[in-house]
Ligand binder design. Sequence first.
Ligand SMILES: NC(=O)c1ccc[n+]([C@@H]2O[C@H](COP(=O)([O-])OP(=O)(O)OC[C@H]3O[C@@H](n4cnc5c(N)ncnc54)[C@H](OP(=O)(O)O)[C@@H]3O)[C@@H](O)[C@H]2O)c1
Length: 325
Amino acid sequence: MTSKKRVLVVGGTGYLGQHVLQGFSQIEGKGITSTSPFDLAFTHHSNPPPQALLDAHLLPFQVDLKTGHGFQAISQTFGRPDVVINCAALSVPRACEMDPAAAMSVNVPSSLVNWLSSFEESSSLLIHLSTDQVYEGVKSFYKEDDETAPVNVYGKSKVAAEQFISEKCSNFAILRSSIIFGPQTISPVPKSLPIQWIDGVLSKGKTSEFFHDEFRCPVYVKDVVAVILALSKGWIYESKQTKVLLNVGGPDRVSRLQMAEIVANVRGYNPSLIKSVSASSVDRGVMSPADISMDITKLVRTLGIAPTSFRDGVRLTLETEAKSS
Ligand SMILES: NC(=O)c1ccc[n+]([C@@H]2O[C@H](COP(=O)([O-])OP(=O)(O)OC[C@H]3O[C@@H](n4cnc5c(N)ncnc54)[C@H](OP(=O)(O)O)[C@@H]3O)[C@@H](O)[C@H]2O)c1
């Protein structure tokens, strides 16, 4: 066993999970190198672990958060992790709405927290991904101490998770993330990514509808990774006791219409392709909060990280995609 610190990414096969693993592994070119100063492991669930992650010598474990099955194998071959980043979730609000019980059992990570508490020396840091959808969406620039009042099952499951973790864990960071955007992952995820989706729709040259009355603070994926790395390093190298709740968003409050306008502007598409409609004109099978823009003063002050503007993030995303195609 090496003296390297151990980092476990739960949900390491998902969009953010893969970017986090890449961040911890140090990025070189398109691939992941094995030069990390950490021992890295990740969990997968419904599919076998992607070859690209295995090639990077990252240790895979199959885990089901609903049952806790798989955690004992981690104890036996990897040991107690110093840092756990929980990126696993049922992250599609409509899927949560259709199966509230599944949403609660995956999104409230009781099996993970109970497993961490089972170690005699229980000094792991748990970094848990929450969402801006814990807020009701009736005002702009929510602060962390504003009341949570989620309008859908996804948001409710995330509030329950926040409460559970705050009560049970002695060291934790809860990150309330806005829409995460950025380049595709090393092993492509099946879901559509926000900027690539807008780009794909507009590139066809057909008129498309976007909501003018739904506001978010989209955050560039590498900024979320930077936040996670900063918290992890603070814990590993400075033993910083951590109980923190942070809004993690970009610096810009934008409507979905404005997101499309910025993509069109960066790509040079005709802006008249973009048609403004109200969110109420479409039934998405789930309530979606109107304005969950967030105040990120606490994030900037606590970690000294200034997230990328939406326009720069879009440019970086599309440049990266162009290079890898
Ligand atoms: N992406 C966003 O825009 C966004 C915005 C706000 C907050 N968040 C939050 O950020 C986190 C990461 O989001 P993401 O977009 O990266 O999610 P994602 O791509 O949907 O990945 C979800 C991960 O969870 C795993 N998982 C699902 N069910 C599981 C179960 N029963 N047991 C164990 N693992 C399970 C999946 O594994 P398999 O694929 O192998 O099943 C996958 O690795 C989530 O908590 C999400 O709610 C995301």
